[in-house]
Design a protein around this ligand. Sequence first.
Ligand SMILES: Nc1ncnc2c1ncn2[C@@H]1O[C@H](COP(=O)(O)OP(=O)(O)OP(=O)(O)O)[C@@H](O)[C@H]1O
Ligand SMILES: [Mg+2]
Length: 246
Amino acid sequence: MPVIGSVTAVDVRGLNVRRGKNHVLNDINLTVTEGSITGLLGPSGCGKTTLMRSLVGTQIVASGTVTVLGQPAGSAALRRRVGYVTQSPSIYNDLSVRDNVTYFAALYGRPRSAVQEAIDSVGLGERAEQRGDALSGGQRTRVSLGCALVADPALLILDEPTVGLDPVLRADLWDRFAAMARSGRTLVVSSHVMDEAEHCDQLLLMRDGHLLAQLSPAELRCRTRESSLEDAFLALIRSTESEHAA
Ligand SMILES: Nc1ncnc2c1ncn2[C@@H]1O[C@H](COP(=O)(O)OP(=O)(O)OP(=O)(O)O)[C@@H](O)[C@H]1O
Ligand SMILES: [Mg+2]
């Protein structure tokens, strides 16, 4: 297990977000510790992407504060310290995989040697010279992830980065995320599959725009007396619903 420090990387207080007529995030409070992996989990439409956009500073918020690495989210000073891979990433179609990643390496002042490593870590070593427009959807996602990995930012926010990946690559990526956390990087990773929760130090469990709990996988099991994290999340939802109904 990584040793988690106590420096706060992300602090969210009383966050409310509306999108259109929808109240999408309701009074969210959370903290993320430096050098840890935090999993943001919950069903489709619960507000994961909206919360991530709030951390990056691209989401208009109705009220509340979002502090990232000691600065208000979206501050100019954070531009090179925060990486964000969106759920439907865009890459340069007219550039090869290698040139896409090299561009980000240059932008973030990273050595050329980091480029090949990033390409290999997303399993695109054999496609490095292929143009962006000749890649499948999943391969494009991996290029985008490679661009974020080569940048090596202090805080990396990844919106469902492992969807559609083969199990071996998925396991390799989680190993890499763990190594990054051990070296002091902070990762926030969303997923709607609970088996990924096992790789996280902390879980943020969301439903319908509410944060149901922030706790570790072990705490979730202990609190619900369920051994499978999927069952534990279900039990937590049921217990919060019955609290509300009471
Ligand atoms: N541009 C928008 N205008 C109005 N409502 C929106 C907009 N974008 C998202 N929403 C609503 O906000 C809610 C949260 O959406 P969000 O994309 O944050 O969910 P999510 O948890 O990331 O879902 P998924 O797992 O499907 O990616 C949803 O109910 C969605 O319908
Ligand atoms: Mg989403």
